[in-house]
Write a protein that binds this ligand. Structure first.
Ligand SMILES: NC(=O)c1ccc[n+]([C@@H]2O[C@H](COP(=O)([O-])OP(=O)(O)OC[C@H]3O[C@@H](n4cnc5c(N)ncnc54)[C@H](O)[C@@H]3O)[C@@H](O)[C@H]2O)c1
Length: 255
């Protein structure tokens, strides 16, 4: 299988894209350790997967804490006996323009979406160097490349993730470590659905309507993004490094 015996760390494992990633990597032979905020949600996901004969591990915690980020990587390196692939998928989306964004929204976006990625990569890279190479896939966003309206903290954090990815990709290519980012447009996950719910809009009909604005005919399902991330992490992408890959169903970003 594509990821036989690969040692893989996935953040945001309980979320929409995260669950698709954990399932995909575990079902393609990887030894997966995933992370998310809630111990209970992580345990439930692990049990659900176990019933499908997919064995995974997890370590729950808050990525806003530097100590948790570093412990996560140390725990993975010890329990998986190394790290081959790091998927920085966790993210949050504080909504608002600058006047609507308080300090907590700003720092939370930067802490989860950007600084945790910095801490996790910094801790994981020595393990990959020791193994003679590895792959990191970060999750930016089309809004990190073409900022959309009314999400200043989110767009700024995702733009920084794109720059971090390009910079790391250049610096660590000589180590055989490929660093890339995926930049999705809208994806049918709790992140997108709660945005509609908060505005009093029924998410199912809103997503169906939104799908009509996508030339491919639907809003991306989490598996359609997980497949691209897995490709970037796989041997098939062995010459792809320092790239930000837009996954949009051909929908231009505007607003
Ligand atoms: N859904 C979209 O439309 C969309 C579009 C572009 C990019 N993205 C990005 O894709 C990634 C996955 O998002 P998703 O759509 O699956 O969202 P999601 O909300 O379903 O999942 C995100 C996960 O990250 C976890 N997380 C958040 N803060 C954390 C913290 N402090 N510590 C530990 N875990 C934390 C959440 O608990 C959640 O399980 C994110 O980085 C997001 O920004 C999503």
């Amino acid at each position: 299988m594509r990821f036989d015996d690969k040692k893989v760390v996935i953040t945001g494992g309980v979320g929409g894209i995260g669950q698709a990633l954990v399932r995909l990597f575990a079902s393609e032979g990887a030894n997966v350790l995933f992370s998310d905020r809630s111990e209970e949600d992580c345990a439930e996901l692990r049990e659900t997967l176990k019933r499908k004969e997919l064995n995974t591990r997890y370590l729950a915690g808050d990525l806003r804490q530097k100590s948790y980020c570093e412990t996560l990587i140390a725990h993975a390196a010890e329990n998986l006996e190394g790290i081959d692939i790091l998927i920085n998928n966790a993210g949050i989306i504080p909504r608002g323009n600058i006047l609507e964004t308080n300090d907590d929204m700003w720092f939370s976006a930067l802490d989860v979406n950007l600084t945790a990625v910095f801490f996790l990569c910094r801790a994981a890279i020595p393990h990959m160097q020791q193994a003679g190479g590895g792959a990191i896939v970060n999750t930016s966003s089309t809004w990190g490349i073409y900022p959309g309206p009314g999400h200043i903290a989110y767009c700024t954090s995702k733009a920084a993730v794109a720059a971090l990815t390009q910079s790391l990709g250049r610096d660590h290519a000589p180590d055989g470590i490929r660093v890339n980012a995926v930049c999705p447009n809208e994806v049918n996950t709790p992140m997108l659905r709660t945005g509609f719910t908060q505005r009093g809009i029924d998410p199912a009909s809103a997503i169906e309507k939104l799908g009509k604005t996508v030339p491919l005919g639907h809003v991306a399902e989490p598996e359609e993004i997980a497949d691209v991330i897995a490709f970037l992490a796989s041997h098939d992408a062995r010459y792809v490094c320092g790239e930000t890959i837009e996954v949009t169903g051909a929908k231009p970003v505007y607003g």
